[in-house]
Write a protein that binds this ligand. Sequence first.
Ligand code: SF4
Length: 177
Amino acid sequence: MELLSQFGCYVQVAKDEILKIPEIDLCVGTNEKNNIVEIVENHLNDKIVLEDVFKAPEYSDFGTVTYTEKTRAVIKVQDGCDRFCSYCLIPYARGRVRSRNPENVIKEIKELADNGIKEGVITGIHIASYGKDFKNNYKLIDLLEDVNKIEKIERVRLRFNRAIIDFTRIYRKIFKT
Ligand code: SF4
């Protein structure tokens, strides 16, 4: 059996357009992606699985490792954006800022390091806003300080859209850790 499905941002912002395409069997919004197996099993006859992304209360955690190369892993820590720049659809597709539980981030990076990964690239939709939705004032710098304590990981970079900043080099130079 074949199932043609559309996932993510475009479903979130243009579901009516996608629903007009008869060949598409299933549409799934941005916040439901990590439940894909369950969605396919349970909703095989439904055309669309989509929640109001602005009502998503917290970060939808994919668990360990979204993408890995031989020695480098990409670690997503945040979703959504509150900036609403006039030209950008991202807030409508990804919703408000939701930050990943730092304990899960640290756990993932430790697991990666234990498995020989040398470099972690921390990413998200608007990572400068990491922690904005937490009540304890824990921010991106706090996360980076905690990540910096993980001994086995040699390098941590931050990815802001196309720019990648080598955090460990800068941080260790400034704080001499
Ligand atoms: S993702 Fe970037 S461009 Fe889009 S609304 Fe947020 S800050 Fe603006």
